[in-house]
Design a protein around this ligand. Structure first.
Ligand SMILES: *Cc1c(COP(=O)(O)O)cnc(C)c1O
Length: 369
């Protein structure tokens, strides 16, 4: 069965939009949910905070069909799995990979099994895996142990692993860099993103390099990545056995794309830095209340990072010091805030109780800031 590629009027997905740059042929059945083409939102307030005439744009990947950038890679990985005749796709996941795998596998009519670290998954993401019909297996262990298990299982015939160790994932994800250049007319001077398995960093860098080689861009951005302080293997240059952060999408202790991402930071003249959970939550709340964009905690890391770059205590050698005045900065907002509402709803956040009377309401509104 073919995907929706030929349907007139349907928004095209990343495979059709960037076919010539992707490892697909006429023989590849395309399974798409019209992913990609996400908005690049200008942030006047962040631009003012960075200063020096810089313009900050936010690539809002939470608007992909399953609510994260993972859809870009998954359309390619699942289409290629179908082409190879796979009967089962599997992945280890901190949540968003499993949501995307389950949705695209449903679309392709292939069985999907997801391996999640026991009790460490945001509820919205877990609901997605279930509702799309995946077999959901909770492993007593962390993400890194789940990934090791999945790699062992993928040696069986007919089973396709759709984690970012699958090269098609990164190929699909690089299309986000193409979209940024297509939208801005050139590459930004600085690209900031959260780092978990570091696949997205690797994919953006690859996309920027490819378009640069094709003369679609006159420059390459410096890549600036942020790991959570309790899960920062690349920053500290050692495996973290028990990674800890409330930003579950980047709770990774042994990143799959470690070497490639390190090369991207080095070659681009960028850096990998860390950010605390406190800073992440402050940035998440700031972004939602000041700019109207609700992202999951991991996605707020680049915003927290920009604040840190502009604070009294920026990191040594921060690449933001090296970009010119009037530079263009892009931050990737990797996932939607609705995936993890527990991260923001706690005892302190509840509606104000009131009688259904106008005077009572007016007095409440008066007191509210
Ligand atoms: C997967 C994911 C990340 C981390 O991306 P990597 O490619 O693993 O570095 C960050 N944020 C969200 C929302 C994610 O789903």
């Amino acid at each position: 069965m073919k995907g929706s590629l030929e349907a007139p009027g349907a928004t095209i997905g990343v495979i059709e939009r960037y076919r010539e740059h992707l490892p697909v042929t006429e023989a590849t059945p395309v399974f798409t949910l019209s992913e990609g083409s996400t908005p690049l939102v200008h942030s006047p307030r962040l631009s003012a905070i960075v200063g020096r005439g810089c313009r900050v744009y936010l690539k809002y990947e939470g608007l992909n069909p399953t609510g994260s950038f993972k859809d870009r890679g998954m359309t390619v990985a699942v289409s290629k799995a179908a082409e190879s005749g796979a009967h089962l796709v599997i992945c280890a996941s901190t949540g968003n990979t499993s949501a995307a795998a389950a949705a695209y596998a449903a679309r392709a009519g292939i069985k999907c099994a997801v391996f999640l670290p026991c009790g460490k998954i945001a509820m919205g993401k877990l609901a997605q895996a279930f509702v799309h019909g995946a077999v959901v297996i909770a492993i007593e262990g962390n993400f890194d142990q789940c990934l090791k298990l999945v790699r062992e299982m993928a040696t069986e015939p007919g089973i396709s692993i759709v984690n970012s160790v699958n090269p098609y994932r990164l190929e699909g994800q690089k299309t986000a860099a193409f979209e940024v250049i297509d939208a801005l007319g050139d590459a930004p001077h600085l690209h900031v993103l959260p780092v978990g398995n570091a696949g997205n960093t690797t994919a953006y860098w690859r996309g920027y390099l490819e378009y640069h080689r094709l003369n679609r861009a006159t420059r390459l951005p410096r890549m600036l990545g942020f790991e959570a302080a309790g899960a920062a293997p690349i920053y500290y240059d050692r495996v973290v056995e028990y990674p800890e952060t409330a930003a579950s999408a980047i709770r990774i202790g042994n990143p799959a794309s470690w070497k490639m991402a390190t090369a991207a930071f080095r070659e681009s003249g960028g850096a990998i830095e860390i950010i605390t959970d406190e800073e992440i939550f402050a940035a998440q709340s700031w972004l939602a209340s000041k700019e109207g964009l609700f992202v999951e905690p991991a996605s707020a890391a680049p915003i927290a990072g920009l604040f840190k770059c502009r604070s009294q205590t920026p990191c040594a050698g921060c690449p933001i010091q090296k970009i010119p005045d009037d530079a263009v900065i892009v931050c990737t907002l990797t996932g939607h805030g609705l995936k993890d509402t527990a991260a923001v709803l706690n005892e302190r956040v509840k509606p104000l109780a009131a009688l259904p009377e106008k005077a009572a309401i007016l007095s409440i509104l008066d007191k509210a800031k």
